[in-house]
Design a protein around this ligand. Structure first.
Ligand SMILES: N[C@@H](CCC(=O)N[C@@H](CS)C(=O)NCC(=O)O)C(=O)O
Length: 255
């Protein structure tokens, strides 16, 4: 039997959430990494539905990072992805949903707002990814068509990016307050989906070196955006993310 196939946009933070989850659960998988835009065909071909991450398993396709986490939890209960008690599970599920809905879309929009104007940066970053050579060759020609589609789909405007920046500030503040009592993880005494979700979705604005695909944005984005990332990196919630990546991102279980 083939290991499950994870279809990704390599540098996408929801995809990092899925990769980290599978790695943490010790589940061996193959990754089929793609560039934005090109992922649509790849995911449909593999048997998924449009967006990534999509995990193709012998039980069918799972098209959402949380569904992938729930599947991994059933396969590897001893990883305690959803904690050790029912009360912890409820808290973790609530946090995971909040981070997915109120945070992930904002870190992504903020980064894309600063990245998309610079075609050379997008091409350079894409060339570093573990993605098909044909996609890399086609990107410089297709990017002028892909960029407006991305801007429209994610409502990437100056006003939107400003709103996202405020939302990121608020979430970092809120998580910083949770951590102020010195807890080692957001919920309970072990790494759970609350930490993996927050860490992954924050990572694109913090640039931890252990991220599961090349990022290196802090040195590549315009100075104003980079200095904002440096400001965020100093916050307690960001230092927590840096520690999660350093101590718990772990060796990949990819096939
Ligand atoms: N709620 C979904 C969000 C996934 C998502 O937004 N994926 C983006 C990449 S970061 C995507 O595939 N966008 C392109 C599309 O929908 O075609 C999850 O947690 O998996």
């Amino acid at each position: 039997m083939q290991p499950p196939l994870l279809v990704t946009i390599t540098f996408s933070h929801y995809c990092e959430k899925a990769r980290w989850t599978l790695d943490r659960a010790g589940i061996t998988y193959r990754e089929s990494g793609h560039l934005p835009g090109f992922h649509m065909l790849a995911v449909r071909r593999a048997g998924g539905y449009r967006s990534v991450p999509s995990l193709i398993t012998d039980e069918g396709a799972f098209n959402d990072s949380t569904d992938i986490a729930k599947w991994a939890d059933r396969r590897a209960p001893s990883a305690h992805l959803y904690g050790k008690t029912d009360a912890e599970r409820r808290e973790i599920e609530t946090l995971e949903d909040r981070f997915d809905e109120d945070f992930g879309a904002h870190t992504r929009r903020w980064v894309y707002f600063h990245m998309l104007p610079d075609k050379n940066l997008v091409v350079r970053l894409s060339n570093q990814q573990a993605a098909p050579a044909l996609e890399k060759r086609m990107l410089p020609f297709c990017f002028p068509f892909i960029r407006p589609v991305m801007r429209k789909a994610m409502r990437i405007t100056a006003a939107g990016a400003e709103r996202s920046q405020r939302k990121i500030d608020v979430m970092f503040d809120e998580v910083g307050k949770m951590l102020a009592d010195g807890r080692p993880f957001l919920v309970g005494d072990t790494l759970t989906m609350a930490d993996i979700t927050f860490g992954s979705l924050a990572a694109v604005v913090l640039d931890p070196p252990e991220y599961g695909a090349p990022l290196g944005l802090i040195d590549a984005l315009p100075p104003e955006a980079a200095s904002n990332m440096r400001r965020w990196q100093e916050l307690p919630a960001a230092k927590f993310v840096a520690r999660l990546f350093r101590d718990h991102r772990g060796a990949p279980a990819r096939a």
